[in-house]
Design a binder for this molecule. Structure first.
Ligand SMILES: [Zn+2]
Length: 751
């Protein structure tokens, strides 16, 4: 920080300034790097015995200059022999990751705070001065130019907005080359960066005590729970053993053991590593024992127990390691600021945006989750009371990766809000899977904005659309703009855009995705002879069509129709082509073919896409009455519900059907006649179904019986469910029969 104040203010970086320089025609005194058709005007100079990173930086500079101008610059170590040189100079003391360009005598200097900063400087120069553009990990624009030259007073210092800048989008996380071009650093890249990138960038953050959910490592329940259940959270009156557990944070033995384990870990890796996470598990439960509850009541927040606990560990750590930070989460139930307790100076807060609406920039949304405060109010509080605040921001739908999450116009204002509040580090969370809506554009924007959120977004959008989509750019832009306009117009109180959003939110209208399919088809048509751009368009088509298919129920192996012919419409045929494209891509990119954080959504999505992809109408069961085996029904909530939503069956529009099921109930000897066993209800219509009680059950000799669930049942109901009421009377469903109402069968009488 101090070094920044010593700098000449004239040097402070402004992207606009670079663009201006880029366009200036340079005077006769210009420093010429390369001129097409002429022999090399300079050499690239690195110190004697350069590091792998500096050598790589020089090699990259030479390679791109050659591609831009055709001129081959040689790289020399040590003395440049009096020739003009592009000199790469490291360890200049400019501040973490910062670099400077300047002319000195007959040399052009790219100076960096360390080797990595020099590499960042090389990429920045190639991008902002020479017109290179890295659109994704494997697509770049390298322009052809006649000359690369600089004004003889060219001088520019570039500093990152945030100390730690990271994102988990596939291209950033899996391609260290691309992440280096975006000038990122951070914990996500631990173990991925090689020496040529300057090695592991986040030597600050421990790999074992990472930045989230570490308490179970620090107090493993498999070791302690049996003898000391009181070490763990009391939930619903009981110390519970679960997959993701929380601790009883006020228990002095817990403090003692965790402190000792943290100190032991620090001793192993210090001083290479200086940030250690002590943070809650990823589950919304907390200890409600009387001691913990008293602290939380006093503090009016569950952050009360957490900060008090972390402070105790931080105090013990400070005695021995004054420059070590203990990081903890302000997440889910610990996000609300506590009333009295304050984090110690050596406690870093990782504040998460998990409860926010993302349809508007943070601070502009009227939505509040439960009794929570407005996010930016809490952000300001934490930034005032904690010495260092890290923000963990969510930038996509984590339940449906392939469903649109229109937030590109929020990325810049949100990062500016973080910067204005004094946040020092940011993680923009995506996922390392290519199967995501808007992924390439978000990757590109986030990569650039993390370095400098003050830069205008329009030039970035323009560069990206033109570069990544070529001739398809106008249609792609139209698609994205209309999507974002629709999302912005939503009433966020009724339909907030949450990171766990549903796929059928009315805020993103089905009509749009239908119209969007036309835009994307036109986009694809305009690049049909450009396989790279066509591929880029198809990723977005996949996402759009995924939403259409997930929202559509119009294909089924079971069709209920009076004439016995399967009514496959043109739209169904089109969706089938789309499903085949999506299924092929999921297969072609299996390692990263993750489409949700929720395994039930992955299962349901794969089933739906496969059903569309593989459907053969000639093999469908068609008739006035169809039986659907239970194995074909979608289950919900760990099998508690069987879902019959008419994607399981194709019914002629406007038909009125009758729904019944063959069900067996394992009744215990002490079953009470008045107990409800199962029933059917329709979402949003509480009294439309029929329920069965112990006394109504009329099983056949094999234990199964036919039970009418609904009659009449109109197709437009949309969602019908057979509900297993409780674990008390387990039921087995054999099949569900849907028939036109004129088809009769023996039915159980129900009073
Ligand atoms: Zn407790």
């Amino acid at each position: 920080m101090n070094q920044m104040h010593r700098m000449n203010p004239r040097l402070s970086e402004v992207l606009g300034l670079i663009c201006a320089l880029f366009c200036i025609s340079v005077s006769a005194d210009a420093f010429i790097i390369a001129k097409r058709g002429e022999k090399a005007a300079c050499v690239i100079s690195v110190p004697a015995r350069p590091s792998a990173c500096l050598e790589h930086a020089a090699g990259e500079f030479a390679a791109y200059v050659k591609r831009i101008t055709g001129v081959e610059l040689s790289v020399v170590s040590g003395d440049a022999g009096g020739k003009p040189a592009v000199r790469l100079v490291s360890n200049v003391g400019l501040g973490r990751d910062s670099f400077r360009f300047r002319i000195s005598g007959s040399d052009f200097l790219i100076e960096g705070d360390d080797d990595r900063s020099v590499l960042f400087g090389v990429y920045d120069f190639l991008e902002n001065h020479c017109g290179c553009d890295w659109l994704s990990a494997d697509q770049e624009i390298v322009p052809e130019r006649n000359v690369i030259e600089l004004a003889d007073d060219f001088e520019l210092l570039r500093k990152p907005a945030f100390r730690i800048r990271e994102s988990s989008y596939a291209d950033m996380r899996d391609s260290p080359d691309f992440a280096a071009k975006m000038k990122l650093n951070g914990y996500m890249f631990n173990g991925r960066w090689k020496d040529i990138h300057g090695g592991t960038p986040s030597e600050l953050f421990d790999r074992w005590l990472g930045k989230c959910h570490t308490v179970m490592r620090l107090l493993p329940p498999e070791k302690y729970f049996k003898d000391h259940p009181e070490y763990y959270a009391e939930v619903n009156g009981k110390r519970e053993y679960a997959k993701r557990m929380q601790l009883c944070l006020t228990n002095p033995d817990v403090v003692r053991i965790v402190t000792s384990n943290v100190l032991a870990r620090i001793a192993k890796v210090y001083p290479k590593v200086k940030i250690f996470g002590v943070s809650q598990s990823d589950r919304w439960v907390f200890c409600t024992c009387s001691n913990c509850a008293a602290v939380d009541a006093r503090e009016e927040s569950h952050a009360g127990t957490n900060i008090e606990f972390v402070n105790k560990i931080a105090d013990a750590v400070a005695e021995k390691y004054p420059d070590v930070l203990i990081e903890t989460l302000a997440y889910q139930y610990t996000y609300k600021p506590p009333r009295f307790v304050r984090p110690r100076p050596n406690v870093m807060i990782c504040l998460c945006t998990d409860s926010c609406d993302f349809s508007k920039p943070l601070g502009k949304s009227r939505y509040r989750f439960r009794d929570m405060n407005e996010f930016t109010d809490d952000l300001k509080w934490w930034c005032t009371e904690a010495k260092r605040v890290h923000v963990w921001n969510y930038t996509m739908n984590f339940r449906y990766f392939m469903h649109a999450f229109p937030n590109i116009y929020c990325l810049k204002p949100d990062l500016e809000t973080f910067l204005d509040c004094g946040v020092t580090e940011v993680l923009e969370q995506g996922v390392a899977s290519p199967h995501q809506a808007g992924m390439a554009l978000k990757t590109y924007l986030i990569g650039h904005l993390l370095w400098d959120p003050r830069q205008p977004i329009e030039p970035l959008l323009d560069r990206f659309y033109r570069g990544y989509y070529g001739a398809a750019a106008p249609w792609m832009r139209r698609y994205m703009e209309e999507l974002h306009a629709m999302s912005r117009d939503r009433d966020e109180l009724k339909h907030p855009m949450k990171m766990w959003g549903v796929i059928d939110s009315p805020a993103l209208k089905t009509e749009f995705f239908e119209r969007g399919a036309e835009y994307l088809a036109r986009a694809a048509e305009s690049v049909k002879d450009d396989p790279v751009r066509l591929r880029n368009v198809q990723w977005e088509m996949n996402a759009n069509d995924y939403t259409r298919i997930m929202r559509s129920g119009e294909i089924s192996a079971y069709a209920l129709c009076r004439d016995g012919k399967y009514p496959m419409t043109p739209k169904m045929k089109e969706l089938q082509t789309a499903a085949r494209r999506i299924a092929a891509d999921w297969k072609a990119f299996p390692r990263t073919a993750r489409i949700s954080e929720d395994s039930a959504v992955i299962e349901a999505s794969k089933r739906r896409i496969e059903r569309y992809a593989q459907f053969d109408p000639s093999k469908a069961t068609v008739g006035k009455c169809v039986d659907i085996p239970a194995s074909e029904l979608t289950t919900w909530s760990n099998g508690r519900y069987f879902k019959l939503d008419f994607s399981d069956i194709l019914v002629e529009a406007g038909s009125v059907c009758r729904v019944k099921a063959r069900i067996k109930v394992d009744l215990p000897a002490d079953a009470k006649p008045g107990d409800k066993v199962f029933g059917m209800f329709v979402r949003g219509q509480p009294k439309t179904g029929r329920s069965y009680f112990v006394k109504n059950l009329k099983p056949d000799s094999d234990g199964f019986g036919w039970y009418e669930l609904r009659n009449p049942c109109e197709i437009r109901d949309g969602g019908c469910y057979i509900l297993e009421k409780s674990g008390k009377y387990p039921i087995t469903v054999d099949k569900v029969r849907v028939s036109f109402a004129d088809v009769t069968d023996r039915l159980v009488e129900v009073k």
